[in-house]
Design a protein around this ligand. Sequence first.
Ligand code: MG
Length: 252
Amino acid sequence: MKIVRVQKDGEVFYAVRQGDLLKRLSEAPFERCAFTGEEIPVSAAKLLVPCEPTKIVAVGLNFAKHAAELQGGHPAPAAPILFLKPLSALIAHGDAIEYPAVSQRVDFEAELAVVIGKQCKNITPLDAKDCIFGYTALNDVTARDIQKIDGQWTRAKSFDTFCPVGPCIDTEYSPKGRRVQSVLNGRVMQDGAFDDMLFDIPALVSFISVCMTLFPGDIIATGTPEGIGPMRRGDTIEIRIEGLCSLINHVK
Ligand code: MG
């Protein structure tokens, strides 16, 4: 199933997308899909961020070639590097990424996002699959100059609009053997294979759950492959994940 969250006539609701049609749900779909019977065309609704997380957990340096390309070069980490992005950074497919006045270098980072489906804590990698609701696309927008100045990542990763997510959550998706690309103004900039992740998705979900309780709707950004680069005002950036709906935003 492809799950979306939309706004229409002042109402916000979840729906299942089938082609150009939305089948409205009466509640969040994590436990079950309760259809209201109402069907509307996709074009009649505004797509929102497809879930309502309590947190966005992001993984740094999860591809060896990306770790190496950063200034100074980083060795592959021995354990996942975690950081958080604030909920105030979330924007939907089609919304604008706002270029902060205090940065001169704002980068795209194409990433696969895991959406958690049930509350979990201290789970093993083997049990991680049961906690995953589905997958969507995410752009871990980063003020690269501020990341270098600050020495840690909070401000660089946290500007308003720096976390585009969506447009659909695919509940049947498997990243195995698939690729992720960023496409800037129609040109492919990153092209990585999920099989090259240093820590795979069950390992990441387990590792994070040892630290913090994960709740339905929580988002895990699983890291970006090599090829990161800057965006400019007026650019269009697409996060294109093989087998998922593309996430497209523009920069203003
Ligand atoms: Mg990232």
